[in-house]
Design a protein around this ligand. Structure first.
Ligand SMILES: O=P(O)(O)OC[C@H]1O[C@H](O[C@H]2O[C@H](CO)[C@@H](O)[C@H](O)[C@H]2O)[C@H](O)[C@@H](O)[C@@H]1O
Ligand SMILES: O=c1ccn([C@@H]2O[C@H](COP(=O)(O)OP(=O)(O)O)[C@@H](O)[C@H]2O)c(=O)[nH]1
Length: 478
């Protein structure tokens, strides 16, 4: 099998902490281990200047190549265009999107630099898989350097509706850059539809069939590959975790009260203030639950240098204090709000103890927490998932209590419904959801994407005329 080159903003270089690597990191590492290759990206560290050469770590057949970013590059590329322009825009928050020429230039500069540094590491037969909004221009930059290899791109966030994307001054180049890839993967049908709308209405490209289109002189495949969680991992971890320290200690603090749980990076896309307001509405509307149930919100800090993330942190501290001050009692605290990070194995135990999982983003590419909550439940006594209809996960987990996170009364009613739901209905809903979580695992996602990417003939196959596939090949570099 030919080698794989993975490119992503964050690279999980194995080290002393490798045991705690996230699911996506493990899945990509497994793929690289089996066929060999390179994982390239940012080191996660900043320096005075961006590194001249990538730092190389060789582990078996895998080369990890990472670059430290200089402060200016880091600010304009990561804090700037990626997380102050593309992130809010892709999550339908035009009100928060900042359009700065300087940041945009920095974003393009870092992508050009990544392409330059990656080029020498690419071998003739490689397949290249690029991840996420940080790296959209990378494929086009590689093509400009003469890289004609099969190249795939996967977008982990939503792809915004046409009218929203048009607000981005550089929308045309962004989409043209996407078309430099041979395969583009999205989380949901919604995202794919939005992308095809853009191709159809803005580029006047030709939609050849459900998965293929022609634009900018290239034939490209665009498909849906919903991401999942590692098969069995949370199921096993949660069964073990309830016997372990943290979950045991949490259970003792509950004094037989019910627990509702939310776990999200501290990000405005996750709808945490709206969730707190819905929780307040719930306490107001259903007073019988006062003193009987608590909500625990785990929200590890994220992208803390971006002003909008600082603002939401302040807002949440104010709201949590207000709710606890207004409704709490000397022996009961309604809301536990923590900004520390927990290991997923610990979360698995917390999820299993929680009667209701509250996952109410305003917009989310997938939301793996929703799937992890389902996977962590005790099959004989499962909890209830309250899930935003605007999370990608809602497409598969349609047996959850689906809510509109902007509708505080509706979410409050769903929280109540989750707490009073019969065991029979809880089991029925959970069985439907766990089947989908198991079927659409992370491994399934990875193999589904790679099988489409690997069907694109390699450079060597095309040169030798030995391609056996009908998969479309690039016709020019766009
Ligand atoms: O790298 P950070 O800036 O610290 O952010 C963490 C990741 O956040 C985003 O995650 C997305 O990917 C998940 C898996 O596909 C998906 O479930 C979720 O809905 C997305 O928000 C981001 O897209 C990643 O690149 C970041 O690494
Ligand atoms: O304290 C925490 C909070 C979250 N997570 C993990 O972070 C991931 C979050 O992924 P999700 O798709 O829900 O959202 P994202 O943060 O990628 O937007 C999930 O695997 C969580 O279990 C974690 O390990 N510790």
């Amino acid at each position: 099998m030919s080698r794989l080159v993975v490119v992503s903003n964050r690279v999980a270089v194995p080290d002393a902490q490798s045991a705690t690597a996230g699911g996506l990191a493990v899945a990509l590492r497994d793929a690289l281990q089996s066929c060999g290759g390179v994982w390239f990206g940012w080191s996660g560290k900043t320096a005075a200047q961006t590194a001249e050469k990538p730092a190389i770590t060789e582990v078996g057949p895998v080369t990890y190549a990472t670059l430290d970013l200089g402060r200016k590059d880091y600010n304009e590329y990561y804090n700037g265009f990626a997380n102050r322009t593309l992130w809010p825009l892709f999550h339908y928050r035009l009100d928060l999107a900042e359009f700065s020429h300087e940041n945009y230039t920095g974003y393009l500069r870092v992508n050009t630099l990544f392409a330059d540094k990656l080029r020498p590491l690419i071998e003739d037969d490689d397949h290249i898989w690029v991840h996420d909004y940080h790296m959209i221009p990378l494929g086009r930059e590689l093509r400009a350097l003469g890289v004609e290899h099969p190249m795939g791109f996967y977008l982990h966030t939503p792809f915004p509706a046409l009218e929203v994307l048009l607000a981005l001054p550089s929308h045309a180049l962004l989409v043209k850059s996407l078309c430099a890839y041979d395969v583009i993967g999205f989380q949901t049908e919604n995202d794919l539809r939005a992308f095809r709308d853009y191709i159809h209405y803005e580029t006047k490209g030709e939609l050849i069939d459900e998965q293929t289109f022609h634009a900018y002189g290239r034939v490209v495949r665009a498909e849906v590959f919903p991401i999942g969680i590692e098969r069995g991992q949370m199921e096993e971890a949660s069964a073990r975790a309830v016997e372990l320290g943290a979950a045991r200690r949490l259970e003792r603090t509950l004094h037989n009260r019910s627990l509702m749980i939310g776990v999200d990076r501290l990000d405005y896309s996750k709808g945490i203030p709206e969730r707190f307001r819905s929780f307040e509405r719930f306490l107001e509307t259903y007073p019988d639950h006062r003193g009987q149930v608590s909500m625990m919100q785990i929200a590890p800090l994220s992208r803390s240098e971006v002003p909008e993330y600082k603002a939401i942190r302040d807002e949440l501290e104010g709201l949590a204090g207000y709710i606890n001050g207004r409704y709490g009692d000397f022996d009961w605290m309604p809301l536990h709000y923590l900004t520390k990070n927990f290991q997923r194995e610990t979360l698995a135990g917390f999820f299993r103890l929680s009667r209701v999982g509250v996952v109410t983003p305003l917009r989310d590419g997938m939301n793996l927490v929703a799937k992890e909550y389902v996977a962590s439940q005790d099959p004989s006594y499962p909890g209830v998932l309250v899930l935003s209809r605007f999370a990608g996960a809602a497409r598969e987990l349609d047996a959850a209590l689906l809510v509109n996170p902007y509708d505080h009364d509706g979410v409050a009613a769903a929280l109540h419904q989750g707490l009073v739901m019969s065991l029979e209905e809880r089991r029925e809903r959970w069985e439907s959801m766990i089947a989908k979580v198991r079927d659409n695992s992370l491994e399934h996602w990875r193999e589904a994407f790679l099988s489409v990417l690997r069907a694109v003939p390699t450079l060597a196959e095309r040169r030798a005329g030995t391609a056996t596939t009908a998969a479309p090949a690039a016709s020019d570099a766009g």
